[in-house]
Every structure is written in structure tokens, then in C-alpha cells.
Design a protein around this ligand. Sequence first.
Ligand SMILES: *[C@@H]1O[C@H](CO)[C@@H](O)[C@H](O)[C@H]1NC(C)=O
Ligand SMILES: *[C@@H]1O[C@H](CO)[C@@H](O)[C@H](O)[C@H]1NC(C)=O
Ligand SMILES: *[C@@H]1O[C@H](CO)[C@@H](O)[C@H](O)[C@H]1NC(C)=O
Ligand SMILES: *[C@@H]1O[C@H](CO)[C@@H](O)[C@H](O)[C@H]1NC(C)=O
Ligand SMILES: *[C@@H]1O[C@H](CO)[C@@H](O)[C@H](O)[C@H]1NC(C)=O
Ligand SMILES: *[C@@H]1O[C@H](CO)[C@@H](O)[C@H](O)[C@H]1NC(C)=O
Ligand SMILES: *[C@@H]1O[C@H](CO)[C@@H](O)[C@H](O)[C@H]1NC(C)=O
Ligand SMILES: *[C@@H]1O[C@H](CO)[C@@H](O)[C@H](O)[C@H]1NC(C)=O
Length: 381
Amino acid sequence: MGSQRSKTSFLLLVLSLFSLLHKLETKHNTHHSHPHHNHKNSQSSAANPKLNQAYIALQAWKKVIYSDPTNYTSNWVGPSVCRYRGIYCGPAIDDNTTTVVSGIDLNHLDLAGFLPDEIGLLADLALLHINSNRFCGVLPLTLSNLTLLYELDLSNNRFVGPFPSVVLSLPSLKYLDLRYNEFEGPVPSELFNNKSLDAIFVNNNRFTSVIPSNLGMSTASVVVFANNKFGGCLPPSIANFANSIEELLLINTSLTGCLPEEVGYLYKLRVLDVSYNQLVGRIPYSIAGLAHLEQLNFAHNMMSGEVSDGICVLPNLTNFTLSYNFFCEEQGLCGNLTSKGVVFDDRRNCLPGKKLQRSKKVCDVILEHPVECEEFNCDYS
Ligand SMILES: *[C@@H]1O[C@H](CO)[C@@H](O)[C@H](O)[C@H]1NC(C)=O
Ligand SMILES: *[C@@H]1O[C@H](CO)[C@@H](O)[C@H](O)[C@H]1NC(C)=O
Ligand SMILES: *[C@@H]1O[C@H](CO)[C@@H](O)[C@H](O)[C@H]1NC(C)=O
Ligand SMILES: *[C@@H]1O[C@H](CO)[C@@H](O)[C@H](O)[C@H]1NC(C)=O
Ligand SMILES: *[C@@H]1O[C@H](CO)[C@@H](O)[C@H](O)[C@H]1NC(C)=O
Ligand SMILES: *[C@@H]1O[C@H](CO)[C@@H](O)[C@H](O)[C@H]1NC(C)=O
Ligand SMILES: *[C@@H]1O[C@H](CO)[C@@H](O)[C@H](O)[C@H]1NC(C)=O
Ligand SMILES: *[C@@H]1O[C@H](CO)[C@@H](O)[C@H](O)[C@H]1NC(C)=O
């Protein structure tokens, strides 16, 4: 996915900048050569009060990391926190003569432990990446002190409890990744209100209850809800994402009812994936207006009606999957999309004359009972 790629390269740029500054700083320190710190003066010899606070925070953190299979944190010793593995220093945003800890990257280390309250002392942190570890428990509320935090990646850990609302108080946050944890309960609508967030990943948790119907004006370009038990209908207020969203992934989120016409108002969409839900009814006509659409996936629902030519002629469509539904007609080009070079899968529908369709018996039962979208009790309260 494009924006994820650009995100990664942006991150690499930031990190290489950090490591450059880190090297420069290390050189500088060696030049003034105090290589032999003894334990006694280690705390007082920290380079400035902010690094001293970082030292307290990182030592507290190390104490609650109870498994470190690669000994990654074994050099987290002494006050020179900028030399710690995974810690990146840079000039403070408000004072370029003060060195601060601005990034932490502990991805893929299989560390087990907690986040301590002292993490709030890392007030200059812009990036906190701890994905693919075994961190557990709840997020400390002191995280709200990280007012410069720009990217927070907690994915693929074992965090539990309700949605960590503390992240909603972070004014600079652009990239929030909570996927593959064990958070549960509702997702607060505040997450989608006019915040600065650009990418929101909440997939593969245990979130329940409906997708908030009072979605506000969101600025996010990527939202991934997939693999949670939301249930309910996709609210028409999804239209409030129109000015920003490019990728909407609602795979396996227990969605019911019909897709609202408002999905087609999301004019920047490149990827729409609502596969593995219990959606019924027709494809909204408005989807034919999504000029940028590249990937469209309706697979494994109970949708019916015709597939209109307007979708199949979209200029940038490369992959259209509608298998495992009850569609009964493919109009125009839709009947022969592969001839246009589009990856197309229409297996297991009720398409006359097509291969690998459902039996007539099954199709007749469904097609005899036309869907009335209004009958679905979409609770938007
Ligand atoms: C980590 O350190 C422990 C104790 O010093 C040692 O037994 C172990 O082999 C080290 N593991 C690795 C992967 O270096
Ligand atoms: C640091 O900030 C001062 C004042 O804003 C500016 O004049 C100076 O060029 C900056 N130095 C560096 C290395 O960015
Ligand atoms: C928040 O950060 C400031 C430094 O900016 C620090 O003095 C304070 O102790 C921190 N608060 C918490 C709760 O960590
Ligand atoms: C966010 O929305 C609230 C009301 O819904 C409004 O008062 C506030 O100005 C908005 N903030 C931004 C940054 O758009
Ligand atoms: C859908 O999500 C549930 C958890 O909510 C998971 O157990 C199941 O395997 C997922 N199904 C698919 C097809 O991915
Ligand atoms: C279609 O894709 C091309 C190549 O990526 C791009 O230049 C063009 O702007 C896209 N058109 C639309 C309508 O999104
Ligand atoms: C097309 O999309 C389907 C559903 O998302 C996916 O399984 C498949 O790998 C895609 N094919 C290509 C060639 O991108
Ligand atoms: C599909 O399109 C190709 C190329 O345009 C054509 O050769 C083929 O006969 C068409 N097949 C059907 C079933 O219309």
C-alpha cells in the first residue's frame, strides 16, 4: 500500500537523521573523553537535565523488562543514554543546543515486560516504536506527557484493557498503530474527530460494539478496522472522512445491513475492502464515482443485485473481488474484466452462464426475497 510505503521511507529518513546526530554526538563525547564512568557519579554526569530524566525513565523501563532474549538492552548502563541501543537523540525542538531523546526503536526484539510510569519523563520523544514484542498490561497515563509524540507503534504486543484513551490526548500524533493487541470494548468516536491523525490502525484486537456513528471530520488517510467484532452497520457519517481517506479496510468486522450510499462520497479512496462481513443488498451506485479506486473487495458477504458497468470502467481499477456473494448480473465490461487486465474474481455467485457459481436452488431462495435495507435496524445512536 502506497502510503504505508511512503510512511516507512519517511521513518527511515527520520531514523537515519537521528543516528547521524547520534554518531556526531558520540564523536563529540569521545573527543572530550570521559570514557570511564564509575557507577557512583553516573547519574550526576548526565549531559543535561532532560537527558538525566531520560536516564531515570530508561532505567525504570529496563527494570520492568523481564525478558530480553537478544540482550539488546544490556548496554543500557550509565548516564550516556544516547549510546543505548535503540535510543536516538537529537536537538530539542525548542532549543537546538540541548540534546534530547527524540526516538526509541525497539521493534522485533521479543522483549517481555511493561511500560513504566516513568515513560512520561521522555517528554521530547517524537517516535516510539515497540512493535513485535511481548509488552503487556495497560498503557501508563503518564504517556500524555509526550506532547511531541508523532508516531506511536505498539503493534503486535500483548496490551490489554479498554481503548487506551490516553493516546487521544497527544496533540502531535500523526501515526497510531495499535493492531495485533488485546484491547477490547468500544472504540471511542473521539479517535475519528478532527484530530491531526493521518494513519489509524486498530485491526486485530478485540474491539466490540458498532463503529462510532458520530465520526467527526477526520483527517486520516488510512484507517484499518479489520478483524474486530464491531457489528452493526457502516454509519453514513463515514462520509466525514471524504477529504482525506484513501484506504478503508473493514475486513471481518461483523458489519451487517447495506453499504450506505455515502461510501461513494469518499472520493479519494484507492482501496476499499469490506470482505468477510454479513453485508446484504446492492452495491451503492455512488461507488462508480470513485475515480481513484484501485482495489475493491466485496468477497464473502451476502450482497446481491447487479454489478454495474460504471465500476468496471473505472480507469485505475486493478483488482476487483466479488466472490462468495449472490450477485446475479454483470453489466457490460464487468462480464469480461480480465480482458482489460484487471484481476477479477466472481466465483460463487448467481451469475448465469459463468463458471463456478452457486447452485440454482440456493440462488432462488435468496433472489426470491429482495433485500429492504431499511429493515435492518441500523442503530446509529
Ligand atoms: C545474554 O546474556 C546472558 C547472560 O550474560 C547469556 O547467558 C546469554 O547467552 C546472552 N544471550 C545472547 C543472545 O547473547
Ligand atoms: C539553532 O537555532 C538558532 C536560533 O534559532 C539558529 O540561529 C541556528 O542556526 C540554529 N543552529 C543549528 C545548527 O540549527
Ligand atoms: C512531564 O515532562 C516534564 C518535562 O517536560 C517533567 O518535568 C515531568 O516530570 C513529566 N511528568 C510526568 C508525569 O512524567
Ligand atoms: C474540532 O471540532 C470542534 C467541534 O466539533 C471545533 O470546535 C474545533 O475547532 C475543531 N478543531 C479543529 C482543529 O478543526
Ligand atoms: C475474523 O476475526 C475473528 C476474530 O474477531 C477471527 O477469529 C477469525 O479467524 C477472522 N476470520 C477471518 C476469515 O479472517
Ligand atoms: C491512475 O494511476 C496513474 C498511475 O499511478 C495516476 O497517474 C493517475 O493519476 C491515476 N488516476 C486517477 C484518476 O486516480
Ligand atoms: C486481489 O485482491 C484479492 C482480495 O483482496 C487478493 O486476495 C489477491 O491477492 C489480489 N490479487 C492481486 C494480484 O493483487
Ligand atoms: C472478452 O474479451 C476478449 C478481448 O477483448 C475477447 O477476445 C473475448 O471474446 C471476450 N469474451 C467474452 C466472453 O465476451
